[in-house]
Design a protein. Structure first.
Length: 151
C-alpha cells in the first residue's frame, strides 16, 4: 500500500467518523427539539429545528463525499451511535442541560472535523478539506449560539 493510498484511507475513515458524529448529533438535537420546555421553549424549539434540518443536508453531502472517494458510507442507527460514542441526553433534561449537552457534542464533532480537515490536506484532497472547513465554521457558530443562550 503506497503512502497516498494509506492517507486516502485515513481521510475516508475520518469522513466516516464525521458522518457518524453528525448523525448522532442530529438525533440528540431532534430529541431536544421535541422535549424542550420552559421559558425559552419557543426560541430553543425553533433553533433546534434549524440545527437538525441543516445537519441532515450536511450529512448527505459528507456521505456522498465518502462514496466519491470509493468507500461506503456508514449507516444503521446502532452502528452510527456506536461509532460516535456520544453520551445520550435524558429525555427529561432541562433546557439548560440540553443546551450544554449540544454545545459539548458540537465541540467533539469540531475536533473530528478538524482531524478530517488535516488528513485531507495532507492527502492533497482539497474537496474534502474545504467541506470540513465549511462544517467547522457551521459548528463553531452553533457552539457560540448555544453558549450565548446560557449567558
Amino acid at each position: 500500500m503506497s503512502e497516498t493510498t494509506a492517507t486516502r484511507e485515513q481521510v475516508i475513515e475520518a469522513l466516516r467518523q464525521v458522518v457518524a458524529d453528525s448523525y448522532a448529533l442530529l438525533g440528540q438535537t431532534h430529541l431536544c427539539h421535541w422535549n424542550v420546555r420552559g421559558p425559552g421553549f419557543f426560541a430553543l424549539h425553533t433553533a433546534f429545528e434549524q440545527q437538525y434540518t441543516e445537519l441532515f443536508v450536511a450529512i448527505d453531502e459528507i456521505a456522498e463525499r465518502v462514496r466519491a472517494l470509493g468507500s461506503l458510507a456508514p449507516g444503521g442507527l446502532g452502528n452510527l451511535a456506536k461509532m460516535a460514542g456520544f453520551n445520550e441526553l435524558e429525555e427529561d433534561a432541562s433546557a439548560e442541560d440540553m443546551v450544554r449537552h449540544l454545545a459539548d457534542t458540537n465541540r467533539k464533532l469540531v475536533a473530528d472535523l478538524a482531524k478530517a480537515r488535516d488528513l485531507a490536506g495532507a492527502a492533497e484532497d482539497p474537496q474534502s478539506e474545504d467541506l470540513m472547513i465549511a462544517r467547522i465554521q457551521v459548528h463553531e457558530k452553533t457552539i457560540w449560539m448555544l453558549e450565548s443562550f446560557l449567558g
